[in-house]
Design a protein around this ligand. Structure first.
Ligand SMILES: C[S@@+](CC[C@H](N)C(=O)[O-])C[C@H]1O[C@@H](n2cnc3c(N)ncnc32)[C@H](O)[C@@H]1O
Length: 372
């Protein structure tokens, strides 16, 4: 590790110094098991003992909304991989059995051991209870995640937990250092945040940037989040609010010094194209900072991932890239490293490293620079 990497890593570690991460690994396993259990429970009424059914048969029996059939396919694949379901390629799926039970009694305990706020445990529990309704589009994930328009549960997912505190602290250290570095030749330093959403990362960055020579563009594809952010962050006059869809037209090349994409790039229809376009967006000596989940989370596949199903006429993320045909949303760490390298954005920093207990969450921050 370089001195710069060690410094950022130390800053990130200090942000979670009080968290006892020893329970993380087994709690993570339990969280996955609650996800698998939910998938099995949703399928069970359609797959009685002795029946052998294809994916299409199951989709009809369960009345799955067409936009969610990719999730059904993913569930069937995972249950088969974990031995909870048998699959004969020419006949179909049969013999559904729970093979392994979580150690913890409920999601409240799992989330507590992971340092996740109680709101998130309630959201996961509600989504699991209504998994079939979600599959059938009789309930929308948005209704559960943003009850009465409240953003608190989403903030619990992207900010109020140890792994995101760690990642946000790393992002803060990277961005303030980059501003110091760039401010010598340019004023103000232009920062673009893509998919800023409920501001889970933004809220931790703005206090540190206040007083620095910056112009910060808070952007999202959805006006809903921009409206909420305008009120919430009104005390920062150097903040701008713009609608930006990373899959559509972007601002002109060389417009920004720093681009931050926290938990949004997996929405790209084509990751390598998105990275190339982000590189073009940056001026020489610019900084790209990405936060992404790099492993599949089964509990997300029965909750948050319903948000990823496109409405009719929409395009599924990853349709044109290395995820095509896999129904996966998240790239792995090595896939991101490879994609960044191809886009001439080889990361000089990736955290947390394997020695960090929080690495078990699978979320990573990547930092890259364009040549000066
Ligand atoms: C996982 S969430 C947000 C994370 C965000 N950093 C936060 O703290 O809330 C993903 C965000 O990306 C936005 N998004 C989805 N597709 C997008 C796209 N094509 N372009 C830009 N933003 C997008 C969503 O509206 C959402 O706010």
């Amino acid at each position: 590790m370089t001195d710069e990497t060690l410094d950022v890593a130390e800053h990130a570690r200090a942000a979670v110094a009080d968290f006892d991460a020893r329970q993380c690994l087994s709690a993570r396993d339990d969280l996955d098991l609650f996800g698998l259990r939910t998938m099995a429970s949703a399928l069970r009424p359609a797959l009685p003992d002795g029946a052998v059914l294809t994916e299409d048969d199951l989709a009809v029996r369960l009345n799955v909304a067409p936009r969610h059939t990719w999730l059904l396919r993913r569930w069937l694949g995972l249950l088969t991989t974990h031995g909870w379901l048998e699959h004969e390629p020419r006949r179909g799926y049969s013999t559904l059995r729970e093979r392994c039970a979580p150690v913890r009694a409920d999601l409240d305990r799992v989330c507590a051991d992971l340092g996740l706020p109680a709101q998130l445990a309630r959201f996961f529990t509600a989504a699991n209870r209504q998994a079939l309704d979600l599959l059938q589009d009789r309930v929308l994930a948005q209704e559960l995640l943003f009850p009465d328009g409240d953003l608190f549960t989403a903030e619990a997912a992207y900010r109020r937990n140890p792994i995101n505190q760690y990642l946000n602290a790393a992002a803060g250290a990277l961005i303030t250092r980059a501003v110091d570095d760039l401010a010598t030749d340019r004023h103000p330093v232009r920062i673009l945040e893509l998919g800023a959403g409920v501001g889970g990362t933004t809220a931790d960055l703005l206090p540190a940037l206040d007083g620095m020579p910056v112009e910060y563009h808070f952007t999202d594809v959805s006006p809903f989040f921009l409206d909420a952010a305008k009120t919430r962050f009104s005390r920062y006059p150097w903040l701008r609010f713009d609608l930006v869809d990373l899959n559509a037209e972007l601002p002109p090349p060389g417009t920004f010094d720093i681009v931050l994409a926290a938990n949004v790039l997996h929405n790209a229809q084509h990751c390598s194209i998105a990275l190339e376009r982000l590189r073009e967006l940056l001026c020489p000596g610019g900084h790209l900072i990405i936060i992404e989940s790099c492993r599949e989370h089964y509990q997300l596949l029965t909750s948050m991932h319903f948000l990823m199903s496109p409405w009719p006429g929409g395009v599924h993320p990853g349709t044109g890239d290395l995820r095509a045909g896999t129904d996966r949303i998240f790239l792995t760490e090595s896939q991101w490293r490879a994609e960044l390298h191809i886009a001439d954005l080889t990361p000089w920093l990736v955290l947390p490293g394997p020695d960090q207990p929080l690495a078990t969450h699978g979320q990573r921050i990547f930092a890259a620079r364009t040549p000066r």
